[in-house]
Design a protein. Structure first.
Length: 168
């Protein structure tokens, strides 16, 4: 079983699509571990704030199969398959890590944005603080501690989950 981490984001009907994404991933991967939910400003474009979190799961699927499932969940939840990179999203699901796999074959792992975006790094550091980035050789807690927190506005928010498939 591979340990995977997935970033989740939405800035359109945020509660609805975050919940729908979690439910769909739980149906595929089984029990999930969830970080706190964070509200963050849109990065790369002017838009409404996002809700973001990181999900941990275990799977026997390949990294490419996981990525295909995530894209299907996005499309099932109203995301246009060829939408612009910096634009509003009903649901954005990105495979961040697949064990310590390093690849660019069909899916980029580890995902390049991990050390650059607070909305990815903080929830990942919360969920897997001692896990070491396979390229940078530093724990996610260390990367978050060194991160310039003035570069992106981010805050934890209360979120009421409507699923019984959540582990913690």
């Amino acid at each position: 079983m591979a340990q995977i981490y997935i970033s989740v984001g939405s800035n359109i009907e945020r509660e609805r699509y975050i919940q729908a994404g979690i439910d769909a991933m739980a149906a595929i991967f089984g029990p999930l571990t969830l970080s706190s939910v964070f509200e963050s400003e849109a990065v790369g474009f002017n838009g409404t704030a996002f809700y973001n979190l990181v999900v941990g799961a275990q799977t026997e699927l390949s990294a490419q199969q996981v990525a295909l499932h995530l894209k299907a969940i996005e499309v099932d939840n109203g995301r246009k398959p060829n939408s612009r990179k910096f634009s509003p999203r009903t649901l954005d699901l990105d495979l961040l890590l697949y064990d310590d796999l390093i690849t660019d074959d069909g899916v980029q792992l580890p995902r390049d944005e991990i050390p650059h975006n607070a909305f990815v790094l903080w929830p990942l550091a919360e969920l897997a603080p001692e896990l070491v980035h396979p390229v940078l050789g530093q724990s996610y807690a260390s990367l978050w501690q060194a991160y310039d927190k003035s570069s992106q506005t981010l805050c934890k928010i209360p979120f009421i989950w409507n699923t019984s498939l959540r582990k913690n």
